[in-house]
Design a protein around this ligand. Structure first.
Ligand code: SF4
Ligand code: SF4
Length: 154
């Protein structure tokens, strides 16, 4: 009986995916190298920042540039310029901006939570809720759970 000719299985290697992952890794490395001399070790790796050049009061303001801790913002040819690789999505610029919705930031935490803000008030509320959550976690780690308390003293 003649042997059946086996058709080779199609390759399961996704070249596009590999290229994307490599580019992401390279971008992360570049950002780490740029931010390390500034003493920045922790930052939101994923995020997006936009500045509305039409509503920005740049000439009389420039407050965001003064507030930026990494010099990601600068003044160029009559408007605010941005080097996104230096941006750590900290929100200091939104907090100091005099125009609501002018700077928009979206950032992703390690746990997958996404945060969006574009007004100083929204940013302040968000920061407050983060601090409350952190405090609660600290208290939880110090005090025993009710069931452990009952076991110990019940
Ligand atoms: S989010 Fe922080 S690091 Fe990014 S531009 Fe604004 S102030 Fe600078
Ligand atoms: S703080 Fe806001 S209004 Fe002022 S220069 Fe920056 S983006 Fe423009």
């Amino acid at each position: 009986m003649p042997k059946k000719c086996k058709t080779p299985k199609p390759s399961t290697v996704d070249i596009f995916q590999i290229l994307m992952e490599t580019a992401e890794k390279e971008k992360k490395k570049r950002r780490e190298a740029l931010l390390a001399p500034l003493g920045v070790k922790e930052f939101f790796v994923e995020g997006k920042i936009t500045i509305n050049k039409r509503t920005c009061e740049g000439v009389e303001c420039k407050l965001c540039i003064k507030a930026c801790p990494t010099n990601a913002l600068y003044w160029k040819a009559g408007e605010v310029g941005l080097i996104e690789e230096l941006c750590i999505y900290c929100g200091a610029c939104v907090l100091s901006c005099i125009v609501d919705e002018c700077i928009r930031i979206t950032r992703k935490r390690a746990n997958g939570e996404t945060e969006k803000f574009s007004k100083p008030r929204d940013f302040a509320v968000l920061q407050h809720s983060i601090s409350v959550k952190k405090r609660f976690e600290r208290v939880k780690s110090v005090f025993p759970k009710p069931e452990d308390y009952i076991k110990r003293y019940g």
